[in-house]
Ligand binder design. Structure first.
Ligand code: ATP
Ligand code: MG
Length: 458
């Protein structure tokens, strides 16, 4: 028996992701973890939440790539909610019809970080495959978003959504371009859900998340004995028959595979690795890349022939900084969303904060804005009704293209308001606090911070 099983005599956490790395389910029985946090993590990308993980050190990704269980003793997991934690964990690939569609991790929280080591579990000692439950199958294979989930009012974005709707109901391949976090995957889901393929599979595959030598068999399948350990296995094209295959980060696909992809798109057939038989399929390809249109060909990210085949329908999503009106709409939308999730009492975003949200350049686009609003709401006290900028947002202030730092401007405003309140109430702190609609104690703390002496007020 593996040493991990002796140590892991029980588990207190379960996480399930699909093969794109989206968290479908998570539950931590460890009482230290807030239930509301579990709720907000679902639907996010694993690496967006656990920011110290990537495809090279995540057991969930490694077990999908190797198609076998992977265990880790004493893994450090960092996330914005609970700080650093260590876990012992074991991850199993989840398969449906012979194809890896996700992974499940069983974890046990530990406090100390002793003998950190990682190894593959002996294939003979444990069944390497867990059957997919209908719930996971639905989440892993069906599109969960529609065009209604794309929040926008910028006229270019509105036109883009209209255009995407118009081209949805055809089998023409689509190329979606845009900086990271602009909503490429949301558009792909929208197109699928708006098409007659909506009840068929939607499978997303990130081309950068799989080792190069496994990509071909993952896409096209393999036949028994075609390489060491190869089994008769369907590829994504076969598994996705009738549906939509979303190829994310297409520029990470090696050139020789891009040629095979082009051939498969044009002939609507593919050969499993190690087979000569052509298999027919009916799959719509939606590809996405965050490389801009100037560089994509000139710097050789994608083969020209494939690019021209895919770009018949090209959707270029503008960065958030070029659609300022969407910043306001999205900020309010995310504030409402996280206010409800975290059960806070925020009813508005302060004018000052909104001004700065609208002037920041958002290099991480909508994802960065969502994460910012989420963490701001989480750290706002329950009695606060207005979402304000915080002192800790130093990085954010520094990046604001303003002559004065945001913190300074907010402090000046706060100081002015306190002076005004004390002036009106003749220096009566209780009345001034009532006037400002803040607790008396908070006002006293602020007066101390700004060294305001009420007796010296005019
Ligand atoms: N217009 C929008 N309305 C609401 N949410 C949005 C919008 N655009 C993006 N998002 C949200 O921002 C996050 C990032 O979106 P998505 O994953 O689609 O971006 P992406 O372009 O695929 O990013 P990457 O290149 O990093 O993969 C998701 O949580 C998504 O729901
Ligand atoms: Mg994406």
């Amino acid at each position: 028996m593996s040493s991990l099983y002796k140590k892991m005599n029980y588990v207190d956490g379960i996480t399930i992701i699909n093969n794109e790395g989206t968290i479908l389910f998570t539950i931590k029985f460890n009482q230290d973890i807030d239930k509301k946090i579990e709720k907000t993590i679902i639907g996010k990308k694993l690496f967006d939440v656990f920011y110290n993980l990537d495809s090279s050190n995540s057991t969930l990704f490694e077990c999908m790539n190797k198609e076998m269980p992977v265990e880790y003793i004493g893994q450090l997991v960092k996330n914005p909610y609970t700080g650093d934690t260590y876990t012992d964990n074991i991850s199993f690939p989840i398969k449906h019809d012979g194809v890896v569609v996700g992974a499940i991790e069983l974890s046990k929280s530990i406090v100390s970080n002793k003998s950190f080591n990682r190894k593959n579990t002996d294939m003979n000692s444990v069944n390497s495959t867990i059957n997919l439950t209908p719930r996971c199958l639905d989440l892993g294979y069906k599109s969960i978003y529609t065009f209604d989930n794309i929040i926008c009012k910028n006229s270019n974005m509105v036109k883009l959504v209209e255009y995407a709707k118009n081209i949805s109901d055809s089998s023409v391949p689509v190329l979606i371009m845009g900086e990271t976090g602009t909503g490429k995957e949301l558009f792909a889901h929208g197109i699928h859900s708006f098409s007659s393929r909506k009840d068929k599979p939607f499978i997303a595959q990130n081309c950068s998340a799989v080792p190069e030598n496994l990509l071909e068999s993952i896409f096209f399948g393999s036949s028994k004995g075609s390489y060491t350990g190869a089994l008769d296995k369907k590829g994504l094209f076969e598994a996705c028959d009738g549906g939509t295959l979303f190829l994310d980060e297409l520029h990470c696909m090696p050139f020789h595979l891009q040629a095979k992809l082009l051939r498969a798109i044009e002939s609507k057939t593919a050969r499993r690795v190690g087979e000569t038989k052509e298999r027919k399929f009916d799959v719509r390809i939606i590809a996405a890349t965050n490389i801009n249109s100037e560089d994509i060909l000139s710097k050789g990210f994608i083969r020209k022939d494939l690019y021209y085949r895919l770009s018949v329908v090209k959707i270029e999503i503008p960065p958030l900084r070029e659609r300022i009106e969407d910043i306001e709409l999205l900020s309010n939308y995310f504030a409402e969303k996280y206010n409800s999730i975290f059960e806070k009492n925020i009813t508005s975003i302060s004018k000052e904060l909104m001004k700065f949200l609208m002037s920041y350049s958002w290099p991480g686009n909508v994802r960065e804005l969502e994460n910012y609003i989420e963490s701001s709401i989480l750290s706002t006290p329950a009695w606060e009704s207005e979402l304000k900028a915080k002192d800790t947002d130093t990085q954010f202030y520094n990046e604001c293209p303003k002559t004065k730092p945001m913190k300074k401007i907010l402090e000046e405003q706060e100081l002015n308001l306190i002076h005004e309140a004390l002036l009106i109430t003749n220096g009566n702190v209780t009345q001034a606090a009532e006037y400002l609609e803040i607790p008396r104690q908070t006002l006293q703390q602020k007066m101390k911070k700004y060294t305001i002496d009420k007796l010296k007020q005019p």
